[in-house]
Design a protein around this ligand. Structure first.
Ligand SMILES: O=C(O)C(=O)C[C@H](O)[C@@H](O)CO
Length: 260
């Protein structure tokens, strides 16, 4: 029996839109609600949310078998953490702050078993192999792993062609927030120079035959990226949705009850 099929990897390879939502509330209850809400993929954020291997695993468990696909972002793209996340059952990884072709190649090696890579063999203990029930996991896992690199600063943009040239990188995600900061426009991802850089990167990623992705709450930028051929587009953040609605709800309730 082979490793589980990765429908997200197949969809972005065909240029099909995959609508995403960021999960930063770091709770399996929220992940389960989100998995039934209609998003094609859910980003479990280990970089900016209070997630650890246990909480990420718990979210992977509740998302499994639902219509949404789990994409996991580690705080950093190092082999030891990649190994743990893959063994925990993550099949799609989004790696932040990729800045060179050499770094991209190291990431490909980290998701690949020897002799072609350096992923440590621990499938006997791993949720990924259904605890060794998937007999062909070791020889079939790599094909169903989707590796996405984040380019989100000037150094990464300068190396974008080198990153795109690395076989095994399935897609490149452009991070507007960090890119804006590095370009000197912190907190202004909508600044014209930042947006132009984002759109140019999307064009180059698509032209290179790789999947292009982004997270933006800006509906206009979402549309522009889709029109340029971007496929994995995250349009919401659970923390933002919850916090904004909680604040609005308390304000409206207080207004209503204060009117007597
Ligand atoms: O730089 C970006 O934009 C991203 O990588 C997404 C952010 O990390 C996310 O936290 C939303 O601001």
């Amino acid at each position: 029996m082979p490793a589980p099929y990765n429908p997200f990897k197949a969809a972005i390879a065909k240029g099909e839109l995959q609508l995403g939502c960021w999960l930063g509330l770091a709770d399996p209850y929220i992940a389960e609600i989100s998995a039934g809400s209609g998003f094609d993929w859910l980003l479990i954020d280990g970089e900016h949310a209070p997630n650890d291997l246990r909480s990420i695993t718990a979210q992977l468990q509740v998302i499994a078998g639902r219509d949404s696909h789990a994409v996991v972002r580690p705080p950093i793209g190092e082999p030891w953490i990649i190994k743990q996340l893959l063994d925990a059952g993550a099949q799609t990884l989004l790696i932040p702050m990729v800045e060179s072709g050499a770094q991209a190649q190291d990431l490909v090696d980290a998701v690949t078993y020897p002799p072609h890579g350096v992923r440590g063999v621990g499938s006997a203990l791993a949720r990924a192999s259904d605890f060794a029930a998937i007999g062909d996991y070791l020889t079939t896992a790599r094909e169903e792993i989707c590796l996405l690199a984040q380019v989100e600063n000037r150094k990464g943009m300068a190396a974008l062609d080198d990153i795109l040239a690395v076989d095994g990188i399935d897609g490149v995600f452009v991070g507007p927030s960090d890119l804006a900061a590095d370009m000197g426009f912190i907190g202004q991802p909508g600044q014209a120079e930042v947006q132009n850089t984002v759109l140019d990167a999307i064009r180059r990623i698509v032209a290179a035959g790789k999947a292009a992705g982004i997270l933006t709450l800006d509906a206009s930028l979402q549309s522009d990226c889709r029109h340029l051929g971007a496929t994995f587009i995250a349009t919401e953040i659970d923390v933002t949705l919850f916090a904004r609605h909680m604040r609005e709800a308390s304000k409206l309730s207080r207004q209503r009850l204060s009117q007597g």
